[in-house]
Design a protein around this ligand. Structure first.
Ligand code: ZN
Ligand code: ZN
Length: 284
C-alpha cells in the first residue's frame, strides 16, 4: 500500500526523483538541503537569504500573499491587514504565520519530508517557521505567543500507511525552539478525508466537515487558551478552518496557524482579491 501510494506520487511529480536524490545527499548533516553546499545547520547562508530572507506581505488571518503594498496603499501595518476573502467570510482561526510560499525550492523540503520520509528535514522546517514567528512582531505584541502547540492530526489509515505525521514532526522541534508546550494528542481526525487537492472548492468544505474532535485531555487543555496549530502546507485553508472551528467549539480563546508553506493564490483569486481590495479598501 505504501509503495503503491509512493509510486503514484512519484508518477505525478516527475521532478521529485531528482529532488529526492538531492535531498538524500542534503540529509548529510553538514550540507545545505537545497543546494548541497557546506552548511552547518541544514541551510547555507546563500539559500537562507535568497529563499527565506524576506517576509512577504500576507493576510494576517489566512497567510495568503497579497500583491498590493498594504502599507503603501492604506498606511497601515502589514501585520494588521486582512484580505478581502477573510473580511467577507472570516475563518475560524485568528491568525496564520507562514515561513514560505509553497513554491520551488521550498516545496522540495515539504515533499522530501512528507513523501520521501526525510524526517531529518523537520527540524530545519521548524527553525524557518520559528524565525517567521519571531519576525511577526506586531502579531506577537498584540496577542502573544500561543500557550500550547499541537499539529493537525492525520486519519488512522493515512498515519498507518505513511508511518508518521509530518505536521507533528515539525511541531516537536518548533515547540522546543519557542519554549511552548506541545500536546501531540490534543485532537483526533475522526475519519480519513480525501486529499483536498483532488476536490472542487464546493467539495472541500464538505470533505472536512465534522472530521475532527478533541481528546478528553485536549478538552481540558484548550478552554480559554491560545492554541498554535502546526501544519506543513496550507492550501485553501478549509481543513485549518474546520480544525479551528472545532477548537473554538470546545472553548479555545484564540487559534494561530503555524504553517511552513502557503500555496500562492491562483491568478483569478489574486485578481479577484485585488479588485475587491480596490473596490472596498478592505485591508483593515
Ligand atoms: Zn544552499
Ligand atoms: Zn485572508
Amino acid at each position: 500500500m505504501t509503495l503503491r501510494l509512493s509510486q503514484r506520487v512519484l508518477d505525478g511529480l516527475p521532478s521529485l526523483s531528482a529532488t529526492l536524490g538531492r535531498l538524500v545527499r542534503a540529509a548529510l548533516p553538514a550540507s545545505c538541503a537545497l543546494c548541497g553546499r557546506d552548511a552547518s545547520d541544514g541551510l547555507c547562508a546563500v539559500c537562507a537569504a535568497r529563499y527565506f530572507g524576506q517576509a512577504a506581505a500576507r493576510c494576517r488571518q489566512c497567510g495568503l500573499a497579497v500583491m498590493t503594498s498594504v502599507t503603501g496603499v492604506t498606511g497601515i501595518t502589514v501585520a494588521s491587514a486582512r484580505c478581502g476573502a477573510c473580511l467577507a467570510h472570516s475563518p475560524s482561526f485568528d491568525a496564520t504565520i507562514v515561513a514560505s510560499e509553497y513554491a520551488a525550492p521550498a516545496d522540495q523540503l515539504v515533499l522530501g519530508l512528507k513523501f520521501g520520509a526525510q524526517l531529518a528535514l523537520a527540524p530545519l522546517l521548524a527553525r524557518l517557521l520559528r524565525d517567521s514567528v519571531l519576525r511577526a512582531d506586531a502579531e506577537m505584541q498584540a496577542h502573544g505567543l500561543p500557550e500550547l502547540i499541537t499539529a493537525v492530526p492525520l486519519g488512522a489509515n493515512r498515519l498507518a500507511s505513511r508511518g508518521f505525521n509530518q505536521a507533528l514532526e515539525i511541531a516537536r522541534p518548533l515547540s522546543r525552539a519557542l519554549g511552548i508546550p506541545l500536546m501531540p494528542r490534543l485532537m483526533l481526525r475522526l475519519r480519513d478525508t480525501l486529499p483536498q487537492s483532488r476536490l472542487s472548492p464546493a467539495q472541500r468544505k464538505h470533505n472536512v466537515e465534522h472530521a475532527f474532535t478533541l481528546t478528553p485531555a485536549g478538552i481540558d487543555a484548550v478552554r480559554g487558551r491560545h492554541v498554535g496549530m502546526v501544519d506543513d502546507v496550507m492550501t485553501t485553508g478549509d481543513t485549518l478552518d474546520e480544525v479551528a472551528a472545532t477548537l473554538k467549539r470546545f472553548g479555545a480563546r484564540r487559534v494561530t496557524n503555524l504553517v511552513f508553506a502557503r500555496t500562492a493564490p491562483r491568478p483569478a483569486t489574486v485578481q479577484d482579491a485585488y479588485v475587491a481590495n480596490r473596490r472596498t479598501a478592505c485591508f483593515t
